[in-house]
Ligand binder design. Sequence first.
Ligand SMILES: [Zn+2]
Ligand SMILES: [Zn+2]
Length: 142
Amino acid sequence: MEDLHEGGCVCGQVRYRTTGKPKRVSLCSCTWCTKRTGSALGVSVYFAEQDVEFLSGKLKSHRLTSDAGRWIESQFCENCGTALTWTLEFLPGHRGMAGGTFDPPTFWYEPERFVFMRSKPEWLSVPKGVDCFAGMPGSASE
Ligand SMILES: [Zn+2]
Ligand SMILES: [Zn+2]
């Protein structure tokens, strides 16, 4: 049976569906993740690009340069502004989904790694079994 999960933005206009298991699930406290979420960390759920289908609504795009010096193309609902998804220069062929935008059952995936630990708040503890990195492993900012 196919492993399908759906999610969407706050206003409900943008809806998406993912197929299969994520390729990678990261927790991240980089500047971009804390800004886009307004929180202490982002939950980044990466799929192969072809495993994400957008069902309704309109997305707007914004491109910026990450803490690691690479571009991030971020997409959000043009109506309510929920940041839902992005693509990254350093992960070609993949699409990140904002973990908290999945419908119930939310957080059905297992985080594997915590990146940008150096900007993680002291009061936030990392779950057991999650690999920790000061920056982005494999980049100059590691
Ligand atoms: Zn919306
Ligand atoms: Zn991040």
